[in-house]
Design a protein around this ligand. Sequence first.
Ligand code: IPE
Ligand code: IPE
Ligand code: MG
Length: 245
Amino acid sequence: MSLKDKLDLKELPRHVAIIMDGNGRWARKKGVARMFGHRNGVTPVREVVEASGELGVEYLTLYAFSTENWSRPPEEVKALMALLVSTIKKESKKLDDNNVRFSTIGDISQLPNVTREQIRHLKEKTSTNTGLNLALALSYSARWEILKAVRDLMNEALDGKVKAADIDEEKFGSFLATSDIPDPELLIRTGGEQRVSNFLLYQIAYSELFFTDKLWPDFSKEDYYAALLDFQSRERRFGKTSEQL
Ligand code: IPE
Ligand code: IPE
Ligand code: MG
């Protein structure tokens, strides 16, 4: 029996965010180059996208490349960018056929032209789709995002378009990269590290966190169902007492 059958489809998170970690260690364990791990990380991406669509999760955000990842060896960065382009090319028809709407969060102005071009193309192609909203976090970090929001808000204030007193959660949220995405109810990190690595710091204020030792290339649909099932066992109190819920 699949864990899928145990899920309460009416109590799914609307938005799942995933820190896809452990590709390098997966490769090292096999005695092969790190890039081999990254290439094998594409299959689980396909799996969680598919599973999310099948279950009816509305938003899926995948941390694919952080601001800090630019500091990796140049060959690895170059190979990751190439993998991104080839993967988008290969998967774009299937994503579109499956009604997935594709977007990115992050400073994509930093990406090579060819990569940006592929991204723009896939965004355009899928912009009217109504199924799963898939966002890739690329050249993303939460501190970059928050500082950009503050800068943009300051400029609007200086132009007289916004008053300090009007800046509430809704207003501030509209300046974040996730302005059209609800906060994730569930954040999953694979690869065994129990940290957030500069991902969605503002948005995960009340997210449930799920850490697994599974390395990303080994993460399967069943592992995803296990995380969702664990989420469904949690009591989300939002500061209240159990009795109040
Ligand atoms: C995650 O896997 C992918 C990216 C950060 C691009 P890693 O490359 O971080 O794998 P480990 O953590 O070294 O095993
Ligand atoms: C986080 O993984 C970033 C992505 C998964 C894209 P890292 O491997 O870069 O994180 P740290 O450096 O171990 O915290
Ligand atoms: Mg890592």
